[in-house]
Write a protein that binds this ligand. Structure first.
Ligand SMILES: Nc1ncnc2c1ncn2[C@@H]1O[C@H](COP(=O)(O)OP(=O)(O)OP(=O)(O)O)[C@@H](O)[C@H]1O
Length: 234
């Protein structure tokens, strides 16, 4: 199967400058490969570095060493050393991200928030709107909310807008940070359905899922984080 994402020997130590320079070694030579059509779930105790690894894969955190190779339009790009404009291009076309929380933009409607990643690719408004409506319906976001800004939505409603936004562009690689954390079981099932479809369509998925039932259903493989600040592959 085609490899889409290859992280090699990632190390990350946080230095807390405002706390006497305390150092927290979180990742030590973490390596991970994900193929098209595969879902790898990061697994380990609280504080073992799952979010740190996932954020590094999205280039939100800069590792101290190592490489993050992304198969971007048939070319390998190393996110650790790529210039910012290349990171943005990879995020627009190849690497999708669903965070735990929606970053709400005042006065922008839920529909518009969901459409944004596709609009940025130059897709026509009508098609974006159709896809956004379809996703919001699947995720049970009531139509009366679609034209409203999500700032007043419940936590679960905001999260479902966030998930619709994360899935709309059909990115070939998807990074999912606890996408079902604030959802009830019916809505979790809807998200699981989206993940399964994305995977069947060839997406490479890396995720964190605290819900064991969701994890067992979506994971092809677990990537076990090594306790005590170290970390190993699979
Ligand atoms: N931005 C940061 N600055 C300093 N320390 C951080 C930062 N982000 C994470 N850490 C530390 O790194 C360690 C790993 O955190 P991380 O959030 O990656 O763990 P996790 O496995 O995702 O945990 P959980 O399952 O509880 O969400 C923790 O000890 C945390 O305090």
């Amino acid at each position: 199967m085609k490899t889409m994402l290859r992280a090699e020997n990632l190390s990350k130590t946080f230095v807390l400058h405002n706390q006497n320079g305390a150092r927290l070694a979180v990742l030590h030579n973490a390596s991970l490969q994900v193929a098209a059509g595969e879902c790898v779930v990061l697994h380990g105790h609280s504080g073992s570095g799952k979010s740190t690894l996932l954020r590094s894969l999205y280039a939100n955190y800069q590792p101290d060493s190592g490489h993050i190779w992304v198969n971007h339009q048939q070319q390998w790009v190393d996110l650790v050393s790529a210039p910012a404009r290349d990171v943005l291009a990879v995020r627009r076309d190849t690497l999708g991200w669903v965070s735990q929380f929606l970053r709400v933009i005042p006065r922008i409607s839920a529909l518009e928030v969901v459409m944004q990643p596709l609009l940025e690719r130059g897709v026509g408004r009508e098609e974006c709107q159709d896809k956004a409506s379809h996703l919001l319906s699947r995720l049970n976001v009531p139509q009366r909310l679609w034209q409203l800004a999500p700032s007043t939505f419940s936590g679960g409603e905001q999260q479902r807008v966030n998930i619709a936004r994360g899935f709309i562009a059909g990115h070939p690689i998807l990074l999912l940070d606890e996408p079902t954390a604030s959802l009830d079981s019916a809505n979790s099932q809807a998200v699981v359905g989206l993940i399964e479809e994305a995977r069947a369509g060839g997406a490479a998925v890396v995720g964190i899922f605290h819900d064991a039932a969701v994890r067992e259903r979506v994971a092809d493989r677990l990537h076990v984080m090594q306790p005590e600040g170290g970390e190993t592959g699979q």
